[in-house]
Write a protein that binds this ligand. Structure first.
Ligand code: ATP
Ligand code: MG
Length: 401
């Protein structure tokens, strides 16, 4: 987790960076999200600085730098143990694939740099003395709580379709309204999102879900017909539109959708293998526990963390089905956590009972686990051994079976 830093201190250090750039005859300003959030009194994690200096000039001036985004003319400067992302003033040429500018041109004017930014509230700049520079009436929109494209929204979304999801992300974070023309353009251009790399889409979805105003955002997304861009997520959006507090992260949201659709998500969603596994397991667990109680077998089989995650999804579907306390109690009394916690193990069966077939041993161990975690059998060497002997006898188990 990122540590929360004192905002005033961060701006103080940022001002030192800006002054150092000024001593080398470069203009520099705070820009973007940090000013927006500072003016709204929100927590700030990163401070972006924009400058007339070129990246290699910035790298020459500061002793500790990293070229983190040279393609986009960004350098990360470490100054007194804090990092600042310093990007050179730039203009963007024509866009291709509705996402990437074909060329990034350096400019010596702050005004040009602010013009390329997405929304008016994201195009505020501030100098080291705290004076705000506002070419696009961003302050007025910030005061009124409006997300408005800079320039013609249709053109801006045509250039970079991801901006449409960014509008929802800022709505979810700030609770602002998307201005009418900008919203109309989102509705008109929404299908362009299908051309955007799925990783980028997922990244924005994750942020939308994190926002405090996510419920309002799903209402807007449904109004602007985002359900036909993301049909697999439509039912999930409908549910979160009605549910204020959800606490679901992106993996849980996709598991919810998979459960609601009763079919696996398309392969085009670029989750890692591990994430997809988690989504599948959660969807399965929600299916099992929507109408049934979690028990020791389920919590042992799926694990406590998965059980708690699935429970959060259950609560979104039905707030009366909150079994968190039950899961925690089961977890608290769980006699073993893993198969290897058994006092008498598969290896002991192999060594002492004359059985060699690992399939049969596996079956016996499954039964032992069931007995132990349901409290029917003590987890001691002698009790389990006696149980296994009886089990083998009563089931007539031999190696050739
Ligand atoms: P957050 O607090 O969510 O990070 P942010 O405003 O800092 O919000 P970033 O995605 O970090 O958002 O981008 C930093 C700034 O860069 C934005 O405020 C905006 O001015 C500009 N920007 C980022 N992405 C785009 C884009 N796709 N089109 C135009 N401008 C953009
Ligand atoms: Mg940011």
């Amino acid at each position: 987790m990122k540590k929360v830093i004192d905002v005033d201190r961060l701006f103080e250090l940022g001002s030192e960076v800006i002054r150092i750039l000024a001593e080398h005859d470069h203009e520099a300003y705070f820009v973007g999200g940090s000013i927006r959030d500072a003016l709204l009194g929100m927590e700030i994690k990163d401070i972006d600085i924009t400058t007339s200096a070129l990246p290699d000039e910035v790298m020459r001036i500061f002793p500790m730098t990293k070229p983190t985004g040279i393609k986009y003319q960004s350098v990360t400067v470490s100054w007194k143990n804090h990092r600042f992302e310093i990007t050179s003033f730039r203009m963007e040429g024509k866009y291709e694939n509705h996402r990437h500018p074909t060329e990034v041109r350096h400019t010596t004017h702050l005004k040009d740099d602010l013009l390329r930014r997405d929304f008016t509230i994201n195009a505020l700049a501030m100098d080291a003395a705290g004076t705000i520079i506002d070419y696009h009436e961003g302050l007025s929109d910030l005061r009124q709580g409006i997300i408005r494209s800079i320039g013609d929204p249709n053109e801006r979304f045509e250039e970079d379709a991801l901006r449409m999801l960014r509008a929802f992300r800022f709505q979810s974070k700030l609770g602002f309204t998307i201005e009418a023309k900008t919203a109309e353009a989102v509705r008109d251009s929404r299908k362009l999102l299908l051309k955007i790399a799925n990783e980028r889409i997922l990244n924005e979805w994750a942020k939308i879900l994190e926002g405090a105003h996510c419920q309002m955002t799903f209402q807007t997304m449904i109004d602007l017909q985002m359900t036909d861009v993301f049909p697999e997520l439509a039912r999930g959006m409908e549910i979160l539109r009605l549910q204020g507090n959800h606490n679901l992260n992106i993996i849980q949201f996709f598991a919810l959708c998979q459960y609601l659709n009763q079919e696996p998500l398309a392969g085009s969603w670029r989750f890692s293998k591990k994430e997809r596994y988690t989504i599948d397991r959660l969807a399965e667990l929600v299916e099992v526990t929507q109408n049934d109680l979690f028990d020791a077998l389920i919590v042992f089989g799926y694990g406590t963390a998965f059980s708690l995650m699935a429970n959060q999804i259950n609560v979104v579907l039905n707030k009366d089905n909150d079994q968190r306390q039950r899961i925690e109690d089961i977890d608290c009394h769980m006699p073993i956590r893993r198969t290897c916690d058994l006092a008498f193990k598969g290896q002991d069966i192999l060594d002492t009972m004359g059985l060699k077939d690992v399939r049969i041993i596996g079956m016996i161990i499954d039964e032992v686990i069931k007995q132990v975690i349901t409290g029917e059998l003590n987890n001691t060497y002698s009790d389990i051994r006696t149980f296994v002997e009886g089990y083998i006898l009563s089931h007539g188990m031999k190696d050739d079976q």
